[in-house]
Design a binder for this molecule. Structure first.
Ligand code: FES
Length: 178
């Protein structure tokens, strides 16, 4: 039995003479050009998709590397202190430069707590359960107590607190503190 050791055309699979990747027939009838163009398109599409995916993760990474903490997050007046009770209210915080949510409550008279609503695991928005007095993440089950401390699930830490200031009877929240 003889073994055919010739190279094969990468399009039709027929033997190729010399060291070409594509046979003469595929070149002659235009198949080579169409196939190579398709491969180039697929390769460029893949690179483009990876780029978009990367930009999404880059944004998340930048948020974690440079959280809008203290001086980087603008103070936002969220209203008079007497509107806050012991139960958390979700506030739209616009001072970070990206859409953010902050849970705010008056824990005891004059003491305000503010926690970022992003889960410390993979950043899903957590929900405050006022009956159980805990924050619950719908994505993978992380749970935090009313002081933002991690008590269950895969999150590696507690919720991120935000800067809080009280002036002239109003509450201001600032950026996330790491
Ligand atoms: S994102 Fe919250 S537990 Fe995974």
């Amino acid at each position: 039995m003889t073994v055919d050791t010739r190279l094969r055309c990468s399009i039709c699979g027929n033997p190729v003479d010399g060291d070409g990747e594509v046979c003469a027939d595929c070149i002659a009838d235009g198949r080579a050009e169409r196939e190579l163009g398709r491969r180039k398109f697929l390769r460029n599409s893949l690179i483009g998709a990876m780029g978009l995916f990367g930009v999404g993760y880059l944004g998340l990474a930048l948020k974690n590397l440079f959280p809008a903490s203290g001086p980087l997050g603008k103070l936002q007046n969220i209203g008079p202190i007497n509107k806050f009770t012991n139960n958390y209210t979700l506030i739209d915080y616009t001072g970070a430069g990206f859409p953010d949510g902050v849970y705010v409550r008056q824990k005891s008279p004059g003491v305000i707590q503010a926690f970022d609503f992003h889960c410390a695991h993979l950043q899903c928005p957590v929900q405050w359960n006022s009956s159980l007095k805990e924050f619950q993440c719908p994505c993978h089950g992380s749970v935090y107590n009313a002081n933002g401390q991690h008590i269950a699930g895969p999150a590696p830490r507690g919720l991120w607190p935000h800067v809080v200031k009280i002036a002239n009877g109003n509450v201001y929240i600032g950026g996330q503190i790491d």
